[in-house]
Design a protein around this ligand. Sequence first.
Ligand SMILES: [Zn+2]
Length: 400
Amino acid sequence: MIEKVKQVLSVKVKLILDEEKKRELLRLCKAYKDAMNFVFANSFEKGKKDFRTLHKAYYRILRERFSLPSQYAVNISRKTATIYASKNKWEKPPKRKSLSVDLTFNRTFSIKPDKRVVSITTMNGRLKNIPYLGWEKHYEYLQRGRIGDAVLVYDKANKEFFLHIPVEIEVEKQTPQEVIGIDVGEVNTVALVSSKGNKEIVPRTEEYKRLKEKYQRLRQALQSKGTRSAKRKLKKVVGREKRFVESFMHYVSKYLVSKYPQALFVMEDLTGIRERRKVKRKNTEEIRQSNQWAFRSFQTKLYYKSILYNGISPIFVDPSYTSQMCPVCGYTSKENRKSQSDFECKNCGYKEHADIVGATNIMVRGLVEVQNFYQGLFVNQPNALPYGMEQAPTSLSGSS
Ligand SMILES: [Zn+2]
């Protein structure tokens, strides 16, 4: 039997519109935003804020006062309910700032991927056959995948409209032939160690370092100014920097999935608190955050590319002490880490590049997870249980 793995991608396309159509979509975006803020302001002091309650209370008003087509009025209640639920306590009513509209597939938005056009419901009927532009690869995904509810986004700075379309792609699942631990370093982009014995450090290019420093300087200069125009410029610089980092991470992740097409990639689970791995540093909180953002961007890209190109879902493991533990003898100490790049075990003397040590520990944790998974298939045979687990913990023993 052929097994499948699924991956949802977000495809972004630019809409090609004349001025009149742009005005129509902008009118819709504004009405949608105003209507949402109206619901926030009016429902805030009242009791329940779930979808049903909001829908019942505001549907008519949204239709009449804001002239919104029915589906949009429904979506506003749903969206406001979701936003309310995203936080435990709101000090003041939430406020919608962006000009974007939640569309519903095959209701307020439809697409013909073979003709590369979309249709969108506005307050003044339907805009049909709007051409769109995107990446070559994205055209293919739109043709091949299952399309979901898109979001219409207005880019104020460039006066352009974009559609963010979720697409679910199905690929044939492959059996990995090796396990590769990936360590995302701060100086080197990634270090990897394979269960087959390969080691590799993918360095950042000179151009990457140069640009990264340039953006950092620019950011700091604009921040210390603190004027309104400096803040506006800062926003643009941050956006440009993000796009540049993103394209670099695309390049590195693409390189990895094509060089190791049969690998099960193992990465650190950074959703929790990340171990402070730097020995001594003067880095500001802001730089740390920007690095974390880059790590996440890389992980996301490697994750979906591995599924998409190779049919193998990467796994995530506990990141604690991966940079301090000796992979040879298991001795764990901060002292093992002599500097950002040098690891020398205080117990057994094992020496290696620190990022390679990190990648080795991550690879080993990945191997353990894979083995646990296979052992899981034999839970009914007591002999197959790992050592020390002959007796199930009492809290887990059921009535059987
Ligand atoms: Zn050791």
